[in-house]
Write a protein that binds this ligand. Structure first.
Ligand code: G1P
Length: 274
């Protein structure tokens, strides 16, 4: 499936990253040499996205415009052919509601959704594999996760395996906890949706935390036989917590083409001294 659109939910208060996020939006926190949001915009662009909608809190759109569309500074390297458009979510009602905010802009085209808290490892892109696995419906990216994630992530109800990496998704549960976990296959922040997800989101009632959950809409499309799961070969980085943020900075810094070698030497020397 060819996918030229991406929706990146970047609203939300970033409470796990206080005090850094008291004034700054989480998506604008730098990781190595660019804000977190740029890492995911670049990832979407590598997979063919040309129109990218970033869902932001009121007041943050101006930062996204200034960063990606600055007349003065010109286009960012590698993103010359990408259009980044902020869309404001007036009231934070959850991840599902954030994605729904892009419904009119996206229309009936298939689109990627990328969560800024989850970054791919260098050379760990998953979107092209998801697009290749897609048939007529949606594809969600999965990893087998440990029990510590059961109360933090969404998990799917697996059906038949189509191949070693592709499984039918019959449903999904947000933060099920150990008791209600339908599998160990967790939703790790990368999705390929068709317009059907918007119809599903229109009917989703507030779920976990009183929020409109994206996972509940995935449940609806899964039940209707319109969803596949793609098991990623690698984990994704979880940069939405202080310790995960440090790890992401180290891994992405060590792989940086300009100063990665120097940083790797520093880390080696530093850890030897511990
Ligand atoms: C969100 C999704 C959850 C997913 C997770 C991945 O949770 O609701 O299904 O597994 O991202 O990071 P949140 O981090 O917003 O609690």
């Amino acid at each position: 499936m060819e996918v030229e659109v991406a929706v990146i939910p970047a609203a939300g208060r970033g409470t796990r990253m206080r005090p850094a996020t008291r004034a700054l939006p989480k998506a604008m926190l730098p990781i190595v040499d660019r804000p977190a949001i740029q890492w995911v915009v670049e990832e979407a662009a590598r997979a063919g996205a040309r129109e990218i909608f970033v869902i932001v809190d009121p007041g943050v759109g101006v930062l996204i415009e200034r960063h990606f569309n600055s007349q003065e500074e010109g286009p960012l390297a590698g993103l010359e052919h990408v259009n980044v458009h902020p869309i404001v979510q007036d009231v934070p009602r959850g991840l599902g509601d954030a994605v729904r905010t892009a419904a009119t802009a996206v229309g009936n085209q298939p689109f990627f959704t990328l969560l800024v808290d989850n970054l791919v490892f260098p050379d760990g892109d998953v979107l092209p594999g998801m697009a290749a696995a897609a048939e007529a419906g949606s594809v969600v990216c999965l990893r087998e996760l440990g029990t510590e994630f059961l109360a933090r992530y969404g998990f799917i109800v697996p059906g038949e395996w189509r191949s070693e990496q592709v499984v039918e998704v019959l449903g999904a549960i947000e933060k099920p906890g150990v008791e209600a976990a339908p599998s160990k296959l967790g939703l790790i922040g990368r999705y390929l949706f068709t317009g059907k997800i918007f119809e599903a989101l229109d009917h989703v009632e507030p779920g976990v935390g009183g929020e409109i959950q994206l996972t509940d809409a995935i449940h609806t499309v899964g039940e209707a036989g319109n969803c596949l799961g793609y098991v990623a070969a690698d984990d994704l980085l979880d940069s939405g917590t202080p310790s995960g943020y440090l790890e992401a900075s180290t891994i992405l810094g060590a792989a940086h083409p300009d100063f990665g070698a120097r940083y790797r030497a520093f880390v080696t020397e530093f850890t030897e001294g511990l």
